[in-house]
Design a protein around this ligand. Sequence first.
Ligand code: PMP
Length: 369
Amino acid sequence: MANMDAMLSQRVRSVDASGIRRVFDLAASLEAPINLSIGQPDFDAMPEVLQRAHEAIDAGRSGYTQTQGIPELRESIRERHGISGSEDLDVFVTAGVSGGLLLSYMTLLDPGDEILMPDPFFCIYRDLALMINAQPAYYDIYPDFSLSAEKIEAKITPKTKAIIVNSPGNPTGYAVAQDELDAVIELARRRNLFLIYDEIYDSFVYDAPHAACLGSYENTILLNGFSKWAGVPGWRVGYVIAPKELIPHMLKLQQYTLVCANSVSQWALVKASSVDFTPYLEEYRKKRDFLVDNLKEHYSFVTPGGAFYLFAEAPGGSGQAFVERAIAENLLVVPGHVFSQRDTHFRISFSAPMEALERGVEILQRLSR
Ligand code: PMP
């Protein structure tokens, strides 16, 4: 295929998915692994949501929706975020937070422009930049994963266009404090940069309220969606809350790329926000506490305040080597290099049945020695 490779775009050749593929290949060799590598909820769609999906199919909701999403869902999102009466902000529905990221990047970044993201980062942040010939730039959040406006400011160049903040974070589980976020909002305002806030895990916070950004700074793009808390990652529904002025530009790109989010899913999710998430949260808190209590004597890590990940230092210093040892014991976790320029850590997902966590913890305790 050497010939064909040379005929492909620079864009596709700039993206290297081999790190993740190596993990998947190793995983495929296992029969019934203890899987603590999963990046999605371990519960199915909420029953109320499933019921409405059936109704939507039966009612023939099969056509395209408006580019910006159905009015009923947009209104319920406005209510969830308290922006129903806002003169400045509005929402549109897109194909997951991934869709929101793609449209944000394409709207803000020209080739060569820089976008500042944390390291470690959710891997799409980096590769999406490469795919549109923009430049990923990193602010280091090791070792405690907290957000430092000073560290970010030191990385700003004349080419910087936007800063991404992700809280609670993937892969760190770190939930930023309101004052940390406020300092970065202030920085973005002072340096005239866009702020992209990915809060897809906002319902999964265990110790303190989720840090909010809406209404603080006009050039903010908020990305959120239903994949995680409503248990529907495969239904592809997310949304963007942004200045009213910016939305038509993003919608122009949506119209010619993603077209609209899945129609049946949109109808199914109209009332999702009225479902009580507390029982789900309590389950996840138990899993978080179980993992932290059983690993704290054995590994070095920051207790995750949110999401469903714990990002621990790899004994021996190499995430890849450690994960290979774990896989030899039938345990799947993810090496840090998938999310970072460094390979010093590994990610454990606690979005798994308690029984898998119990077996996983036992192996992890053994591997730490
Ligand atoms: N942002 C973060 C931080 C994520 O972890 C994920 C999913 N793993 C996404 C965005 C993408 O979410 P979606 O399924 O809504 O596209």
